[in-house]
Design a protein around this ligand. Structure first.
Ligand SMILES: Cc1cc2nc3c(=O)[nH]c(=O)nc-3n(C[C@H](O)[C@H](O)[C@H](O)COP(=O)(O)OP(=O)(O)OC[C@H]3O[C@@H](n4cnc5c(N)ncnc54)[C@H](O)[C@@H]3O)c2cc1C
Length: 398
């Protein structure tokens, strides 16, 4: 049976007693774990007791964020029903944040102080970002940070309420810090949504990228298409400018203060702080080093997938990789339960990304190839809706 205990640590867990169920604990309800739950719902694994630790009963799906900002779908349509998935998989859902993993003692500490023991564990908690420090005594711009995604909805509601109260003919400077897909796409979506909400207010867009080019890792054509879309939306792009803090606007490493009323913070992904306090091998950005089998380096029986896993060679932090890892992760967790040899996961050489541009169009980026059009926005919305409904059958809808 699952041990849920409070208080002083006990010694290392001895070998499994015959007849006892093996405890498989999934930490975080990220995309890869959605596939694991789906696989275990379809084919339950005898002798395995499954537990999911998730901050919430609903998990955010980033792909649908631009459509939701644009008012083209409801918030609920951008969320995976974790509780429903757990029910179908026969898994126990523990609605808590994990704050520590002790690999030696095989136990996970939760935010409320309780501890869960495990035989096998897998971590799929995504990434976070460094929130901008605040400097000086001047009024701060309104901050919309892109991670954690779950916090985006209440911030967006607050922003909309504030925007509704703006005087007519006023001007709002909207600055996005981060030249990746998330920063650019969200800026375009936010500008389009706010302009539609308050046509009598001027929303002026600006994008800061610490790199010399937008969309790091993408080909020249998708970058050019994105530049064009930003220009059409009246966004001024500044490359080689690193936003570092918030003061009266965005304070840059170069010592400039860029005037801003609304700031979208979409800087590079980093690992969650608590992972660094666990005895797991991490890369420089705080992500868990994994072998090609998705098992954590040097830790038998502990796996990691999605953004929080550091694969070699490094993969971009994109949901599509977490999705591709899912089925292989499910198979390897099953193999580990049965003491069978693990299989290696082969990342795709390139993946398709679809970036909404806020004007009913999207840009497709696939290696050096790129295209833009309304049909791509329709395709993106269809793909995202199909992904969400895969895990949220209609009978489980709220
Ligand atoms: C605005 C935006 C748009 C994006 N658009 C795209 C896109 O179109 N396509 C694409 O491929 N990628 C996109 N990305 C990147 C994508 O969001 C991530 O790469 C993807 O979500 C990673 O998936 P994951 O399964 O690793 O983790 P996540 O999807 O982040 O899931 C992690 C889960 O773990 C939970 N969790 C976190 N910490 C804990 C804890 N301590 N205890 C318990 N639970 C915890 C979280 O609540 C969350 O539910 C976008 C990112 C942003 C910010």
């Amino acid at each position: 049976m699952m041990a849920l205990r409070k208080g002083p640590k006990k010694g290392p867990k001895k070998g499994l007693k015959k007849g006892l169920k093996k405890e498989l604990v999934l930490i975080g309800a990220g995309h890869a774990h959605a596939f694991v739950l789906e696989a275990f719902a379809r084919t339950p694994e005898p002798g395995v007791s499954l537990t999911v630790i998730s901050e919430s009963r609903l998990a955010a799906y980033s792909g649908s964020v631009p459509a939701w900002l644009a008012g083209q779908c409801r918030l609920r349509e951008t969320q995976i029903d974790v509780a429903g998935l757990c029910r179908r998989a026969g898994a126990r859902l523990v609605e808590q944040r994990a704050v520590h993993v002790n690999a030696l003692e095989r136990c996970i500490t939760l935010e409320n102080g309780e501890r869960l023991s495990f035989d096998l564990a897998c971590i799929n908690v995504g990434a976070t970002l460094r929130q901008p420090p605040q400097q000086g005594s001047e009024a701060l711009p309104f901050l919309l940070a892109m991670r954690p995604l779950a916090a985006l909805a209440p911030r967006w509601q607050t922003l909309c309420t504030q925007v509704d109260k703006l005087p007519r003919e006023s001007v709002q400077r909207v600055v996005s810090v981060g030249g990746g897909a998330a920063g650019s796409e969200t800026l375009l979506a936010v500008l389009a949504a706010l302009r539609a909400r308050r046509p009598d207010v001027g929303f002026v867009g600006q994008l800061l990228s610490a790199d010399g080019a937008l969309l790091p890792g993408a080909g020249t054509l998708p970058r050019t298409l994105l530049r064009r879309a930003l220009r059409r939306a009246g966004v001024r792009v500044q490359t080689d400018v690193r936003g570092e803090a918030l003061g009266g606007g965005v304070l840059t490493r170069q010592g400039e203060c860029i005037a801003a009323d609304i700031v979208l913070w979409a800087t590079g992904a980093v690992g969650h702080d608590w992972l660094a306090k666990s005895d797991l091998a991490l890369d420089q950005r705080g992500f868990i080093k994994v072998a090609p089998t998705l098992e954590a380096r040097g830790q038998r029986g502990i796996f990691a997938a999605g953004d929080c896993a550091a694969f070699t060679p490094a993969l971009p932090k994109a949901g599509v990789y977490a999705v591709r890892m899912g089925p292989q992760l499910a198979a390897n967790l099953r193999r580990a339960c049965r003491h069978e040899p693990l299989a290696s996961w082969q990342p795709p050489r390139r993946v398709l990304s679809l970036i909404g541009t806020g004007d009913g169009r999207a840009i497709a980026s696939y290696g050096a190839l790129g295209a833009s059009g309304k049909w791509l926005w329709r395709a993106k919305k269809r793909i995202d809706a199909r992904f969400i409904s895969r895990f949220n059958p209609p009978f489980d809808r709220i």
